[in-house]
Write a protein that binds this ligand. Structure first.
Ligand code: KIV
Ligand code: ZN
Length: 534
């Protein structure tokens, strides 16, 4: 092991943690309250299965009383996922409690989550109840639920804007009636980390029975403080944190699951806590939720955003290629994120160009690199990024040969409204000097063209992911496509930029496919060489 590996290993090693933080996932309840995120029961079940695979400790799958579909979703998830705790959500209303208990009755482990507002603003304008009435109602409903279930979480809604004395009074009352978990929601994302942590300390200290229950943090991100506030709660003794995948939720959302988990992983020794989350499932979960909810991720979203592990500055690229820990504090591959750390642009240097050319299957000599570098700088000056296809063209000119085996010489796609999309694609094979036209159909124009191209490929290719971004905002805007494919046991990524978005996808797909073909042909040639040598 060299010194670099040692630095890396100690940075990314799992910390020895003393306290397990219980990850309570509310993507399917609070998360689904995000505008436009609504899910049908089948979609909820697909996401719940992935959450179980991710290793969350509790799933809150919905609000059973709110609709028959919600009830069915919670019931189906309770029946199917027997390795995770299921939480039934309810207002302080008997019918809600009955519905939540019925929907979760087949779960192997379950809890009831009951909420009731406690701030004066909510009491005066929304509930129109006095403080005494609220305490009384909370008592009655917890006592009612306690006849049927042991594990009860109580949330005094808008807790962070509730006067301290009244918060103590409500919490004390529900503990007396049998609540076992006290959640302190920062419903409107109003708290600062220090204030929020102090609130947990105060409640534990000043409430009778306050030390006999567990505590949960539930934060909203209106001021961008949800993760920081949740961590402050953890440091103040909370053992449960309520999160959603991609931080999805009402308004600016909830505490982001992936950000919180990675903060705990990365700063584990300082916080002295850990989670049961399977890190390698983080990216797949984030992608699944984003696709099913049709909510794209900001490119700079921590941990799972497109740029979270990409580097453009030459100095950063150089440092990274020497040792990843120079500019990265987490290992993206550990989180299941396909590696594409170098984005080639005007700030890139020789080291990065050489590295990407190598990834694309071409080893450049020093003289060749100098030549490509000059061409690259001219090109990069006028555009935001240099695509793989453009780099390959420059490399090809320098080494005086066509590097990509396959080239699309023409394609046409008929798109429309009702019928399948139809494509015809002409592909040239530079090795054999032949050209053939293929036709194919698909549910969309991209699928139709890709189905056509796949027929020309000598290897089986699985189209795994497409990210499409608009560069510019007028009608003439360019589309930037990044395509991830799987071939053999490896994944490849390619990029393309074109005013025609379908052509951008085709370019990106071809960059990745040609890379896969080069790698597989090289592997075959190496095998043959070994065979002859043997
Ligand atoms: O934000 C909030 O207050 C909630 C509670 C109902 C827990 O989602
Ligand atoms: Zn909430």
């Amino acid at each position: 092991m060299n010194t670099n590996d040692k630095v890396q290993d100690s940075m990314f090693a799992n910390p020895v943690s003393t306290r397990k933080i219980h990850i309570f996932d509310t993507t399917l309840r609070d998360g689904e309250q995000a505008p436009g995120a609504s899910l049908n029961p089948e979609e909820k079940i697909i996401i719940a299965r992935q959450l179980a695979k991710l290793g969350v400790d509790t799933i809150e799958p919905g609000f059973p009383i709110s609709s028959p579909g919600e009830f069915t979703a919670v019931q189906t998830i309770s029946r199917e996922l027997q390795n995770v705790e299921i939480c039934g959500f309810a207002r302080a209303v008997k019918q809600d409690i009955d519905s939540a208990l019925k929907a979760t009755e087949d779960a192997s482990r379950r809890r009831l989550h009951m909420f009731l507002s406690s701030s004066d603003i909510h009491l005066d304008f929304q509930l129109r109840k006095s403080r005494q009435q609220v305490v009384q109602l909370a008592r009655e409903m917890i006592a009612y639920a306690k006849q049927f279930i042991e594990r009860i979480e109580f949330s005094p809604m808008d807790a962070t804007r509730t006067g301290m004395e009244f918060l103590y009074e409500v919490v004390e009352a529900v503990i007396e009636e049998g609540a076992t978990i006290i959640n302190i929601p920062d419903t409107v994302g109003y708290a600062l980390p220090e204030e929020y942590g102090q609130l947990f300390r105060n409640v534990q200290q000043h409430v009778r029975g306050g030390k006999s229950v567990e505590y949960s943090a539930h934060c909203h991100n209106d001021l961008g403080l949800a993760v920081a506030n949740s961590l402050a709660a953890v440091q103040a003794g909370a053992t449960h944190v309520e999160v959603s995948v991609n931080g999805i939720g009402e308004r600016a959302g909830n505490t982001s699951l992936e950000e919180l988990v990675m903060a705990i992983e990365t700063k584990g020794p300082a916080l002295n806590v850990g989670t049961n989350i399977q890190l390698e499932q983080l990216y797949a979960t984030s992608q699944l939720v984003s696709h099913i909810m049709h909510i794209p991720l900001a490119v700079n979203k921590p941990v799972v955003g497109r740029n979270a592990f990409q580097h453009e500055a030459g100095i950063h690229q150089d440092g990274l290629l020497k040792n990843r820990s120079t500019y990265e504090i987490m290992d993206p591959e550990q989180l299941g994120i396909p590696r594409h750390m170098i984005v080639l642009g005007k700030h890139s240097g020789r080291h990065a160009i050489k590295h990407r050319a190598m990834e694309l299957g071409v080893a450049l000599t020093e003289d060749q690199l100098e030549d490509v570098y000059t061409k690259f700088k001219q090109k990069a000056d006028g555009q935001k990024t240099v695509t793989d296809a453009e780099l390959i063209e420059m490399v090809g000119k320098t080494v005086d040969r066509a590097i990509d085996r396959y080239e699309i010489t023409d394609f046409q796609v008929i798109t429309g409204f009702k019928r399948s999309r139809v494509a015809s694609v002409t592909v040239a094979d530079r090795h054999s000097g032949t050209e053939r036209t293929y036709s194919a159909i698909g549910e969309g124009p991209v699928e139709a063209v890709i189905n056509g191209i796949k027929q020309a490929m000598p290897v089986e290719i699985k189209f795994e992911n497409l990210e499409l971004h608009s560069m510019g905002n007028e009608e003439k805007a360019f589309g930037e496509a990044t395509v991830t494919i799987a071939a053999g046991a490896s994944r490849y990524r390619g990029t393309g930029i074109n005013q025609d978005v379908i052509q951008a996808v085709v370019e990106a797909f071809m960059a990745a496919a040609n890379q896969a073909v080069r790698m597989l042909e090289k592997a075959q040639a190496d095998k043959q060489k070994q065979h002859h040598a043997g």
